[in-house]
Ligand binder design. Structure first.
Ligand SMILES: NC(=O)c1ccc[n+]([C@@H]2O[C@H](COP(=O)([O-])OP(=O)(O)OC[C@H]3O[C@@H](n4cnc5c(N)ncnc54)[C@H](O)[C@@H]3O)[C@@H](O)[C@H]2O)c1
Ligand SMILES: [Fe+2]
Length: 394
């Protein structure tokens, strides 16, 4: 059995309705004088950037805005954000948005500080030292990127989604304000909410540190589940079961919004140390082929990966079923997740989102290259296993 485990998260977390209005005071406390907000046009139109800008300006912080963020962002966007930072010389980046804008800011901070381009930092532990600090302000309840040490960016030249995993991309401060998710459209709420569920389920069912086999000399971000990550993941699953349907059906229900924002945060804290698994490895090629969102893909794939893993961890998946309000039996976990997907409009099969049978083998082979994720699995995962899962999901 493992004897040592490690847990890391953002230095500070400020949570609650109205918390975003405190960003000026938080910046002043840290001595920041120039901020660059990294966001996108949709969020500016939705009126989410202006209050941050005003709060910062009210304490004398000069604010510039990068509005070039986009869903499922590419290295081109990261490099453009870093270029604007070189012009405006901020002493903090404020990441306003869902996982997409937060991930752009996290890697742009590294490019700004250490030079080069985004593509230089793909992989594990490639950032040589601390970066320009990032304050992350999530506007979706999903990715948990506000507390994680990973960013996911498409490398345009290769047509692949790749991770930048490094302790140095973790935001210094997360300001998690449920009011900011109120304008989130039901589809984004459903898809990002499913991603939060996947994070919690994967974190709760990955290997423990003692069972983790690492390449020589590697300092990974994902180090296996622990009592602490289990507590966070269990709470997150319960919160998703309780609040996700309501957040999708009644977008102005602030109790549901707050429950989901907390779920996403706790799930992010859990997986960022424990790890993720095959659902995420499979989503990257599925997303690349179908141009569907990360949360749609992970949500669609989750029950099929669970089915494959059940025999290796019946107790873990029985617990997931129980937390979702079903009887505490491993097989009921798959049903409970499929029912949730149906209720909130997540497609059940890969064929419904444009995947053709001929795509399955290349997808499995691509997914098999994500060692950072697959080494966390309680049941060995190779291209054949991944293909079997994809066939069932198709
Ligand atoms: N770094 C991590 O730890 C991590 C974890 C999981 C996923 N991700 C990545 O995060 C990305 C997905 O992020 P996401 O699910 O948060 O969605 P997103 O950031 O892509 O946002 C989706 C769309 O919703 C809009 N939107 C977001 N919040 C809104 C609001 N409050 N009101 C109105 N519109 C709003 C955005 O402008 C965007 O157009 C993917 O690229 C995925 O790979 C990262
Ligand atoms: Fe995810």
């Amino acid at each position: 059995m493992p004897t040592t485990w490690r847990f890391s998260t953002s230095d500070e977390i400020l949570f609650g309705r109205g918390a975003a209005a405190q960003i000026g005071a938080e910046a002043a406390l840290r001595g920041y004088a120039r901020a660059l907000i990294i966001t996108d046009a949709r969020l500016i139109d939705a009126g989410l950037a202006a209050p941050l800008q005003q709060s910062l300006q009210a304490v004398g912080v000069r604010v510039d805005v990068f509005a070039g963020g986009a869903p499922e962002p590419s290295d081109v966007i990261v490099d453009a954000a870093a270029a604007l930072a070189r012009e405006t010389m901020p002493d903090v980046l404020v990441a306003l948005g869902g996982g997409s804008n937060m991930d752009v800011a996290k890697v742009a901070a590294a490019v700004y500080t250490h030079g080069g381009v985004c593509a230089d930092y793909f992989g594990e532990d490639k950032i040589p030292g601390p970066t320009l600090p990032v304050i992350a302000v999530p506007t979706t309840a999903g990715t948990g990127s506000e507390v994680t040490a990973v960013a996911v960016i498409e490398h345009v030249a290769r047509g692949l989604k790749l991770g930048v995993a490094s302790t140095h991309v973790r935001p210094k401060l997360a300001i998690v304000d449920p009011l900011l998710t109120r304008s989130c459209p039901p589809r984004v709420t459903a898809e990002s909410g499913m991603d939060a569920l996947v994070h919690a389920v994967e974190a709760l069912t990955v290997v423990t540190p003692g069972a983790l086999v690492l390449p020589e000399g590697l300092r990974p971000q994902f180090t296996g589940r622990s009592p602490l990550t289990d507590s966070l993941a269990e709470r997150a699953i319960g919160l998703v079961g309780e609040h996700l349907r309501r957040a999708v059906y009644t977008p102005a229900d602030m109790d549901a919004r707050e429950g989901m924002h907390l779920a996403a945060l706790l799930a992010g804290m859990a997986f960022s140390s424990a790890g993720l698994g095959a659902v995420h490895a499979l989503q990257y090629p599925v997303g690349a082929v179908t141009h569907t969102s990360h949360g749609l893909g992970t949500g669609l794939l989750l029950p099929y990966v669970v089915e494959y893993l059940l025999p290796a961890n019946p107790r873990g998946f029985a617990r997931v079923a129980e937390l979702l309000g079903a009887p505490a039996q491993a097989e009921r976990c798959v049903e409970a997740i499929q029912q949730l997907k149906k209720d909130i409009g997540i497609p059940l099969r890969l064929r419904e989102i444009g995947v053709e049978e001929m795509h399955l083998r290349p997808m499995a082979e691509q997914a098999a290259t994500y060692a950072r994720l697959l080494r966390m699995s309680v049941r060995p995962m190779n291209a054949d296993a991944l293909l079997e899962i994809l066939k069932r999901a198709w």
